[in-house]
Design a protein around this ligand. Structure first.
Ligand SMILES: Nc1ncnc2c1ncn2[C@@H]1O[C@H](COP(=O)(O)OP(=O)(O)OP(=O)(O)O)[C@@H](O)[C@H]1O
Length: 236
């Protein structure tokens, strides 16, 4: 079973009298442990694709399956549940809450999904350890670097073993060395079984991908299969 499967997916926005076809007949898939990079010029449909994969927006044609669920058939309530339990989001803007500690920030999605406070905090500490921030849970976002803040955002996306991470330009606000460290981390998560769908303008990020999907004006231009930079031998 693919983690994400798009079959001829379309999405058209209407604002005023104008219509914008953000996606037109896009077919792609991502399997367990794969990092799939979505590339394309500004406005080519990358964010729309990620939003639909994460159930934040709905396709208006075609079929989208996530972890075997046909998103078009899910009620808003079940879609929200899937978002809370199986899917994590990472954005260019970190969206960490300044008044909460790192551990509290990471625990938030679990607490939102109904996990008790103690279990959520303990899962948050485990997620922080997975991103190389063991022991930093009591600090506040403004006490750590931008790269560390992005690691916290990734911990928040994977906490509780979410199987799909949707990352929209996650290195966009970082310098290139820190960006490469974040890509190494995403690659490592994939090698341990997470699936990452990443939108990026940066060809260096695509070097970490198993597959690169090129969008042009909402259509699939081509798909490249890649041998990713990190060795795959350590796949569990
Ligand atoms: N809510 C919306 N209402 C109207 N048009 C929209 C909406 N969301 C996206 N669009 C349009 O759909 C097209 C695709 O947008 P999208 O944000 O998916 O592109 P993108 O590849 O992510 O761009 P960028 O790299 O600049 O983030 C654009 O023409 C955009 O203006």
């Amino acid at each position: 079973m693919s983690v994400v499967q798009f079959e001829a997916v379309g999405r058209t926005f209407r604002s005023g009298g104008a219509e914008v076809r953000a996606l037109a007949g896009v077919t792609l898939q991502a399997e367990r442990g794969e990092l799939v990079a979505v590339m394309g010029a500004s406005g080519s449909g990358k964010t729309t694709l990620l939003s639909i994969a994460g159930g934040l927006d709905r396709a208006d044609s075609g079929r989208v399956r996530v972890l075997g669920e046909d998103l078009g058939r899910l009620s808003e309530r079940r879609l929200a549940r899937l978002r809370l339990t199986a899917v994590g989001f990472v954005f260019q803007e970190l969206n960490l809450l300044a008044e909460l500690t790192l551990e509290e920030n990471v625990a938030l999605p679990l607490e939102g999904a109904g996990t008790g406070r103690h279990a959520a905090r303990s899962a948050a500490r485990a997620a922080l350890a997975r991103v190389g921030l063991d022991g930093t849970g009591g600090r506040f976002p403004d006490e750590v670097s931008g790269g560390q803040q992005q690691r916290v955002a990734i911990a928040r996306a994977v906490v509780g073993d979410r199987r799909l991470v949707l990352a929209d330009e996650p290195t966009g606000s970082l310098d290139s060395d820190t960006g490469a460290e974040i890509m190494e981390l995403l690659r490592q998560l994939c090698d341990n079984g997470t699936t990452v769908l990443l939108s990026t303008h940066n060809p260096a990020n695509a070097d970490f991908a198993d597959r690169v999907v090129h969008l042009r004006d909402g259509t699939l231009d081509r798909i490249e299969e890649r041998a990713p930079r990190t060795a795959r031998e350590d796949v569990r």
